[in-house]
Design a protein around this ligand. Sequence first.
Ligand code: HEC
Length: 127
Amino acid sequence: MKKRFLRLLFLSGTLLALLTACEYDYNVPAPPKPAPPANDTISYSQDVQPFFTAKCVSCHAGSLAPNLVAGQSYAAVVPAFVTANSPETSELYTVCAPGGSMVSYGNVTSAELDLLYRWIFAGAKND
Ligand code: HEC
């Protein structure tokens, strides 16, 4: 009787160990965004600068880095805050992405964030 109890105890212990060994880490990073088309027509002067002018220059007008004023902004963000072709590692993108420090400051919309993403992905050109 005692032996059977011990065996049962051993078996359930092994089972528990097996179950907890199969614990799954649910903290999976978000899947990467699908790549924009290769012929993306995004333009710095036509798309990105108007966003800076509307949402950012109220604070970033020269004395606060980066200077996002038209005509001066490109030199202020590339390369200091932008790694061409790599939005996820570009601070300009990450501070505007969900959880970033400029989201509420600049009231950044997902469409505006998408512009930044496409522009950096396409090479962060001064066009
Ligand atoms: C209400 C004022 C305000 C607005 C609007 C604002 N910022 Fe900022 N920004 C700041 C301040 C203050 C800092 C200094 C660091 C901090 O507080 O996080 C900063 C820092 C930054 C930095 C540098 C981050 C770092 O860690 O050095 C970047 C890049 C930036 N802002 C981008 C933007 C963009 C893009 C916009 C427009 C969507 C924007 N900011 C709108 C106030 C603002």
